[in-house]
Design a protein around this ligand. Structure first.
Ligand code: SF4
Length: 260
């Protein structure tokens, strides 16, 4: 697996060059979301460690930036990027190489930890996942590793947001299990006060059906009514881009075929 992949066309971030801090063929995550495009995993982890070498990342990034100029560089990959212990060092090295904004897609489970909070505060955009409004839903939809609970995940995002000077976004995956709780989820989001709320539904093949455009549009209205700046996957346009390496992107999307 390569560390640097893409760029990919992202409905929320534009032309995004991916940095895979886990670099594993298999999912490494503290969640096992029922809609995960990467399939099920039995071994959920919360212990952080180093998965990649910084010198390898630098080499790959320099080569990639000779060929492409993305809107954003994003920590993503097959699992939860904050599980990488050296994320802060990687971020610092990237900042030495380029001024391109640095983003992360996180499942929010470790954001309450001091060292994770500290690492993420140096990024420009943090997109934190929140799919539930209570513990029961959280367990049912996200199936977290032992010891992770809803209240602490929400508190972690809130505490982080209070001191973060970059852009904090909340991403919510709506499926049939949480669609009737959009009002309650929107109330939790209001407490967090993010810069933007991103309403999503699983459009890539997985075990769960996506909601329709009409269903997602009804949910979006609930969020807008609460004065939350909201964007929705069905209404967003993706930039047209030239892919450098289709196979690397294909692997990270659970075998999902895409145009490009
Ligand atoms: S957080 Fe992301 S990678 Fe982890 S299980 Fe959920 S969807 Fe899959």
């Amino acid at each position: 697996m390569k560390i640097v992949y893409g760029p990919v066309s992202s409905w929320r971030l534009g032309k995004s060059l991916g940095i895979d801090l886990l670099c594993s063929e298999k999912k490494i995550c503290s969640f096992d979301c029922i809609y995960c495009q990467l399939g099920k995993q039995s071994n959920k982890i919360t212990r952080r460690k180093n998965f990649i070498k910084i010198k390898d990342m630098k080499k790959e990034l320099n080569i990639a930036l000779e060929k492409t100029y993305p809107d954003v560089i994003t920590f993503s990959g097959l699992g939860e990027p904050t599980l990488a212990k050296n994320i802060d060092l990687v971020a610092k090295e990237i900042k030495k190489i380029t001024d391109i904004p640095l983003a992360i897609l996180t499942n929010s489970t470790l954001i309450g930890r001091y060292e994770v909070k500290n690492a993420l505060k140096n990024l420009d955009i943090v997109i934190a996942k929140l799919d539930a409004s209570n513990e029961k839903q959280f367990q049912e939809i996200n199936q977290p590793a032992k010891g992770i609970n809803f209240k602490e995940a929400v508190k972690g995002i809130k505490d982080f947001g209070e001191k973060f000077s970059g852009k904090l976004d909340i991403q919510i995956m709506f499926i049939k299990n949480n669609m009737n709780f959009s009002e309650e989820i929107a109330d939790v989001v209001c407490e967090i006060e993010p810069d933007e709320t991103q309403i999503n539904t699983p459009l890539r093949p997985c075990a769960i059906d996506p909601l329709t455009e009409e269903q997602l549009s009804r949910i979006e209205k609930i969020f807008i009514k609460k004065n939350l700046k909201t964007i929705s996957v069905y209404k967003s346009t993706k930039p047209k881009i030239t892919l450098m390496d289709k196979i690397e992107i294909f692997k990270r999307r659970g075998g999902y075929k895409f145009e490009g």
